[in-house]
Ligand binder design. Structure first.
Ligand code: ADP
Ligand code: MG
Length: 926
């Protein structure tokens, strides 16, 4: 359904001329001053506002969107714009603020980013139409769209390189007791038309949401209010509870099928009832927010559970897949591997990176494409240069479909189709065309060439951003349009001729014909000449309109006639242009399926050629990915660290890793990595995880050789002290996360544990680390890398047959420690803490003193070894026991008495608990 074009003219209706920011015009109240009397316009405003209570209402008045009452107060604060008053309502001032329509996107963007939702209310008729109904009648208005974070289409509101998903979550309880709920997820990117569904359980729900990073999540208000999920929903941005009917299972099938105009949901393949419920919630919400406009959604496509590597939120953050711990894209894995040349390609790359595959055949299909481009430099360069010319087809198509497109979107469709056809031709020379590339080439040729030709013929060379003022249809494209334009332009020449004639007739050389929005065309002379025109004989021709300080303005009958002619010609020309626009949009929509396939093909080719470009540039190899449990990396490197070092010309030291199950055992190996701080332990751990992610997303990897048996779950945790960047350095978080791994990791998991146990007292930490390694080895039986500063753990290799000790080599040179960053078998001989401290610039006196203390401690240790083979130095009590003034119980009592629970923040409470516990065990220094 096409909506009436909003009319961008001031509306002199019930409110009089709307005062706009910066306009010195008279302020006419939109509501009557006397209490109790409400103007028709205010009545209209309140009706519309009542229908959209949870949105800020952008109420169109002429060239502004105005906000009133509480909305105005919220928006003026949020946007930093002036809050004014406008008339009275029931005796009180009405707060008001406004944004000019040409800057509305910018303001919308800021409001959405702050979590607001906006209802955009337009004028649905020309104010002149309203006037015909009587002087007091109000221009028809209604909301044409709700702008919410998950339903954006404008480039100015979107990140070109990221998908923006609306996610619906539905739940089914399998039984009344226990936590056996199933969840269905349905997600849509309305700016590209992508539509997917999947199912999961409570344990994987948060990982799924972390993968999608939706801009907005909708749930039923019942699910939103569920006590065991309340904290979870609140931890996510933009979760909107909706009335039950949106998630009603009984009507879901009908709503979904009617949206796609199919007779049964079987048309979408096998979807569960729960998935249909979530999918229907999505389309219902889209219909409600887009008010009748239909974005070109693809039918919902089912993603089966387990099709991608499960990576939870903590692991994603930790490995800095999409952004760094501080939240920047720069420095992330995505940023380091992104060599795409189109925005759509960049989005697809991000999608693939956030969901590495688990099916070796599918992975191989993607790797084949990368290999093909990697082996043909000429074709690769050719492809990338053509892709460069391809605009964002999918987003332009969506905008056109929902009536928000402009002339430049039509041009984007044309240029995209031309670039695609061009690319398909160019790729004919590619030596090897594996399935993915061949399919993409075919899709590139699908759109009808006639459409591009028609668009080329119709569109002018320079295009305005909006269609509303016309001027985008090429000269001589349409005969009727050409006539109207000629008439309009000719009349303008008549105006110039008229000015010359009047100047001559009156002898006033500086007489001018001018135009403004209030008077239209008028004759203007200086005050001194004005007198003359008002007297005979000129007063027969010149009719006085206005006297200003220095000028006098007149009109003439002739000028009035000319003006009417110009206006009608211009109006007719604009009307014709808009008709042509709609015709072209219809022609594009008729090809929308082909255009969408073409857009997808372009992004797939962009990703494949970009990954091969990266592989060649940085010397990556094709990984071997299969169904085994192998994990062999020869000469592996860290994608991001390597690039950062190479900028300073520092080489990265490559390292091997082998977690494959030893012969005759099914279960993977665990490498226990020791070595001093700064040796490169964390880097080594992460590089192996990143290589697995890259391999399974279908990329070549930074190594000499890589053989990976599919990893289906990836876990990465960092000990609390390393995790300060996340602002939650508590030991509790570390333990909760470690618990999640030990409870969930299966035999195909890859687990990275970095300095687990360091967030607590030494003995606790060591014991927890010890037990964790044993559990991984005996129960989880997965491949794992474990970095630790607890040297004691290396003794475990004697008992656990699949535990392998490795260390990062350092050498000592003239009392300094030199990091070799080389991972070798064995255990670190000592921690080099003092050498590292020296490098860090501790005062020499402190270093000397520390060496003395260390020597003494080591001597004593050797004399009286207790417990484990060699107890760590830092476990020695810092105070001799006999110096203890009181018993632990006394200390505890005193400490407890000093605490006032009401004064503590949660974090302080946590720390107080540690302190108390430490007092009990005597490890805390009083
Ligand atoms: P650890 O975890 O052992 O304290 P990191 O992994 O944090 O050490 O590494 C410390 C620094 O050493 C890194 O920031 C990096 O600059 C450098 N580094 C680590 N591994 C390598 C390597 N293989 N080659 C070159 N430099 C490395
Ligand atoms: Mg580290």
């Amino acid at each position: 359904m096409a909506l009436t074009r909003p009319i961008g003219q001031p509306e002199p209706d019930a409110s009089g001329i709307p005062p706009q920011n910066g306009d010195a015009g008279p302020v006419t109240p939109i509501a009557a001053g006397e209490a109790g009397r409400v103007t028709p316009m205010m009545e209209q405003y309140q009706d519309i506002k009542a229908a959209n209570p949870d949105c800020l209402l952008f109420y169109r008045m002429g060239d502004f969107y105005e906000l009133f009452f509480a909305d105005a107060e919220i928006a003026s604060r949020a946007l930093g714009i002036v809050l004014t008053k406008r008339g009275k309502h029931l005796g009180a001032d009405i707060p008001m603020c406004g944004v000019p329509i040409e800057r509305a996107d910018d303001y919308l963007h800021r409001l959405i980013a702050q979590g607001h939702r906006v209802a955009v209310c337009e004028q649905l008729e020309d104010p002149a139409e309203a006037r015909k109904r009587g002087a007091k009648s109000v221009v028809r208005r209604d909301v044409v769209r709700l702008v919410t974070p998950g339903t954006l289409t404008e480039d100015s509101l979107l990140d070109a390189k990221r998908n923006n998903y609306l996610l619906a979550v539905a739940r089914a309880r399998l039984s009344s007791a226990g936590d056996d709920s199933r969840f269905a997820l349905a997600w849509i990117d309305i700016s590209t038309g992508e539509f997917r569904v999947s199912e999961c359980d409570r344990a994987t729900l948060s990982a799924e949401i972390a993968r999608l990073e939706p801009g907005e999540i909708i749930v039923s208000d019942a699910l939103y209010g569920e006590p065991d999920l309340a904290a979870f929903w609140r931890s996510l941005p933009a979760v909107i509870p909706l009335a039950r009917d949106v998630f009603d299972g009984a009507t879901a099938e009908r709503r979904l099928t009617s949206f796609f105009a199919v007779s049964t949901s079987e048309a979408f393949g096998a979807l569960t009832r729960l998935e249909i419920t979530a999918a229907a919630a999505c389309v219902t919400y889209v219909e409600r927010t887009q008010i009748g406009q239909r974005p070109p959604l693809s039918p919902p496509l089912r993603e089966s559970t387990g099709a991608s590597m499960a990576i939870d939120q903590a692991t994603r953050g930790n490995l800095e897949l999409m952004r760094t711990l501080s939240g920047d894209r720069r420095g992330s894995l995505l940023d380091a591997i992104d060599r795409t040349v189109t925005a759509a390609g960049s989005r697809l790359l991000a999608q693939r990176l956030s969901a590495p595959l688990t099916d070796p055949a599918q992975i191989a299909r993607r790797l084949d494409s990368v290999a093909s481009f990697a082996g043909d430099a000429a074709a690769r360069a050719e492809a990338r240069s053509r892709l460069h010319a391809a605009p964002d087809l999918a987003r332009s198509l969506s905008r056109l479909a929902v009536g928000r497109g402009g002339p430049r979107d039509l041009a984007a469709i044309r240029d995209g189709m031309l670039a695609a056809a061009d690319l398909a031709r160019a790729l004919a020379s590619l030596k090897d065309k594996p399935a993915e590339i061949a399919g993409a080439m075919q899709a590139c040729r699908k759109p009808d060439g006639m459409l591009a030709a028609e668009l080329s013929a119709a569109l002018a060379a320079e295009l305005p951003a909006f269609k509303r003022e016309g001027g985008f249809v090429r000269e001589a494209y349409d005969k009727a349009l050409e006539e109207s334009r000629a008439l309009r332009d000719e009349s303008r020449r008549f105006v110039a001729a008229l000015q010359a004639r009047y100047a001559e007739d009156t002898g006033i050389r500086i007489l001018r014909i001018k135009h403004n929005n209030v008077l239209g065309y008028f004759v203007e002379v200086t005050a001194q000449h004005g007198e003359r025109l008002m007297g005979a004989p000129f007063n027969g021709t010149f009719i006085h309109r206005q006297t200003l300080a220095g000028q006098v303005r007149f009109t003439t009958t002739e000028l009035g006639e000319l003006e009417a002619k110009i206006a009608s010609a211009a109006e007719r020309a604009l009307g014709l242009e808009l008709e042509i626009f709609e015709r072209l949009v219809a022609a594009v929509m008729a090809q929308s399926v082909n255009i969408k396939e073409c857009a997808e093909a372009l992004s797939a080719l962009d990703v494949a050629s970009a990954l091969s470009h990266l592989a060649v540039e940085r010397d990556y190899v094709r990984p071997q990915v299969d169904d085994s449990h192998a994990f062999v990396i020869d000469g592996g490197r860290h994608v991001v660290v390597e690039q950062a070092l190479s900028r300073d010309g520092t080489p990265f030291i490559a390292n091997d890793c082998d977690l494959s199950p030893p012969p005759q055992t099914g279960a993977g190996r665990i490498w226990l990595l020791t070595g001093p701080n700064m040796a490169g332990k964390s880097t080594f751990l992460r590089q192996n995880a990143l290589i697995a992610v890259l391999a399974q997303m279908g990329s070549f990897v930074p190594a000499k050789r890589a053989h990976i048996g599919v990893v289906d779950q990836l876990f990465s945790r960092v000990g609390a002290a390393d995790d300060l960047a996340r602002g939650r350095s508590t030991f509790m978080v570390e333990m909760v996360e470690t618990a999640a791994i030990l409870n969930q990791a299966g035999e195909r998991a890859l687990v990275i544990l970095d300095e687990i146990g360091r967030g607590t007292a030494t003995f606790d930490g060591l014991s927890i680390a010890w037990a964790t390694v044993e559990h991984l080895h005996d129960v989880n039986k997965c491949r794992a890398l474990f970095a630790t500063h607890f040297h004691e753990l290396t003794a475990l290799a004697g008992r656990l047959d699949r535990l392998h000790n490795a260390t990062v080599r350092v050498k000592e040179w003239q009392g300094d420690v030199v990091f070799l960053h080389e991972v070798v078998a064995g255990a670190a001989d000592r921690s080099y803490g003092i050498q590292v401290a020296k490098l860090a610039g501790l005062p020499p006196s402190v270093i000397e003193r520390a060496k003395l203390v260390l020597a003494k401690l080591e001597q004593e240790d050797r004399v009286a070894p207790k417990g484990f083979e060699d107890l760590p130095l830092f476990a020695v009590p810092r105070k001799a026991p006999q110096e203890k003034p009181e018993s632990a119980e006394d200390l505890l009592g005193a400490a407890l008495a000093a605490i006032n629970p009401d004064d503590l923040s949660p974090r302080e409470a946590m720390e107080a608990l540690y302190m108390l516990k430490a007092k009990l065990t005597g490890t805390h220094k009083p």
